[in-house]
Design a protein around this ligand. Structure first.
Ligand code: XMP
Length: 509
């Protein structure tokens, strides 16, 4: 495995991606990581990431210099290279000319890091500091017009530095450079696959959980579903999944889930039908934050009560993913695992004093999908668009009632089918319907109608932090509108949401 020390650059997740795509396992650690922990990880190499600081600033992040005595190859990128130069006796200064964006790279040594790389290529720079003097034993191996030491090497100790960012797409041979580091320099094997990850995780979970009991809140979303199937393979019936039907789910969602998980995966699931409790708590409530808080509170109460019925539980499983954890690792502090504030069971571990098991916490979303596939889960389960914990309640503007839920459910089901039939489901980050708290006048046959309005929301996005409204073809939108108005009683108007995030959000509440 490879250890990546995170000095706070925005591209760090990309370094991890490149390494993993090369089938080598890696883990990102903060600079405060102890040398003993690094030794325990037994890495075949270390990558020091870039970062926003200058090495000569007083509180610039530093990792234990014991890493240079471990006898493993080290690659420093940008700030990581400056840290290495500074720690080993070189010097770094503010560059005469700062360099941002594309630069022409001239390679002077075609071994090791630059094996198979053209003599001249482009690279992506983003730095205000440069190396003035290299430490003893180092030599420059590439340059750009503004940066004489764009790359350096100490071929005795196998320490390398790159001033530019090989992990971004704008450095066309960057992946090759990283792979040269992994395979020619560190001599890693391409052994990290989802199959190996699954096998290792299953045996780890067996060791940790053993014959104890573990519980999991199953929502039917990708993360909790994959977590459940994985843990089930490790501890079988000692895993109890708790599925709470809050009455705010899509049409037939709970039944479908029952069939899939109980029949196909033989999971031990406790189904709690709690729709009336949620609806009662939501009665008369229209303010979005209040709805969210009520749903969160009722969920935790029910989950807790259900969990107490299971005797001797020691562990709580959660489907936390790597981006949630990386976001909370600060270059200047230690890693603190923050659970997203809207996470359904966020308040549980503390309250219930259970030990957390988070088998996906080192995986990215697409890796979770690949893992699901390896575990035999079908496409339909793995490729689900995100569905918020508070469910349809935050897509019904105004009061949530049985009647309004029924209308939205029918519209949502019809929309989903159309989106899937026309091949848009995977292309869109999310696509859903919103029931507005307004009525409008229409005419059906010869009759005047005064009915509900539905808004359609369809967005593209990479990570939900930003999103763009989807430019769905007019004809397709027209068809959806026709079908909804004709087939769902109580709706006489459909509008399409053409706002992006920011300034709007994806959900309406
Ligand atoms: P917004 O509306 O903030 O949503 O642009 C961003 C993403 O988060 C999802 N979302 C939630 N997911 N519990 C969840 O599990 C929630 O309370 C929640 N609220 C929003 C939303 O669907 C979108 O993908």
């Amino acid at each position: 495995m490879i250890v990546i020390i995170d000095f706070g650059a925005q591209y760090n997740q990309l370094i991890a991606r490149r390494v993993r795509e090369s089938h080598v396992y890696c883990q990102i650690e903060p600079p405060t990581v102890s040398i003993d922990h690094i030794k325990d990880l037994n890495p075949e190499g270390i990558i020091l990431s870039g970062g926003p600081s200058s090495i000569y600033e007083k509180n610039s992040p530093k990792v234990d210099t014991g890493i240079f005595q471990l006898g493993v190859p080290i690659l420093g990128i940008c700030y990581g290279m400056h840290f290495m130069a500074d720690a080993l006796g070189g010097s770094v200064k503010r560059a005469r000319k700062r360099e941002y964006g594309f630069a022409q790279l001239t390679v002077s040594e075609h071994q090791n890091l630059f094996k198979g790389i053209p003599l001249r290529t482009t690279c992506w720079m983003s730095h205000g500091d440069s190396i003035l003097k290299l430490p003893k034993g180092f030599k420059p191996i590439a340059s750009t017009e503004n940066t004489p030491i764009a790359a350096c090497a100490n071929t005795t100790n196998l320490f390398f530095g790159l001033q530019f960012h090989p992990e971004v797409e704008h450095t066309p041979h960057g992946t090759k450079m990283i792979q040269n580091f992994l395979f020619h320099i560190c001599r890693c094997k391409r052994s990290w696959t989802m199959k190996s990850f699954a096998d290792e995780s299953i045996s780890k979970i067996k060791n940790v959980v053993g014959s104890h009991k573990i519980i999991l809140g199953l929502s039917g979303g990708v993360d909790s579903s994959v977590t459940a199937v994985l843990i089930n393979k490790a501890v079988g019936k000692n895993l109890t999944c708790i599925f709470i039907d809050n009455g705010l789910l899509r049409l037939n969602e709970a039944d479908k889930l029952k069939k899939t998980f109980q029949k196909h995966f033989n999971l031990n699931i406790r189904f709690v039908t709690a729709g009336s409790i949620f609806l009662k708590a939501l009665s008369g409530v229209t303010y979005p934050e209040e709805k969210r808080k009520i749903i969160g509170r009722v969920f935790i109460d029910i989950f807790e009560a259900e969990a107490h019925k299971i005797k001797h539980v020691d562990f709580l499983a959660q489907g936390t993913l790597y981006p949630d954890i990386i976001e909370s690792i600060s270059a200047f502090g230690g890693p603190t695992s923050v659970i997203k504030s809207h996470h359904n069971v966020g308040g549980l571990p503390k309250k219930m004093r259970l030990k957390l098991v988070e088998p996906l916490k080192y995986l990215f979303k697409d890796e979770v999908r690949a893992l699901g596939k390896t575990l035999g889960m079908d496409e339909e389960l793995i490729w689900r668009q995100p569905f918020p914990g508070p469910g349809l309640a935050i897509r019904i503007l105004g009061e949530v009632t049985r009647k309004r839920l029924a209308i939205l459910r029918d519209v949502d089901d019809l929309l989903l089918a159309e989106i899937k039939n026309h091949g848009y489901y995977k292309k869109l980050w999310q696509s859903f319907a919103v029931l507005l708290p307004l009525k409008s006048v229409g005419v059906m046959g010869d009759m005047r109608t005064y009915e509900h309005i539905i808004a359609i929301r369809a967005v593209t996005s990479k990570d939900a932090m930003t999103a763009d409204w989807a430019k769905l073809p007019h004809q397709f939108l027209g068809k959806i509108s026709n079908r909804i108005i004709n087939e769902v009683n109580g709706v006489n108007r459909v509008v399409y949401d053409i706002s992006s995030k920011p300034p709007s959000t994806i959900e309406w509440e």
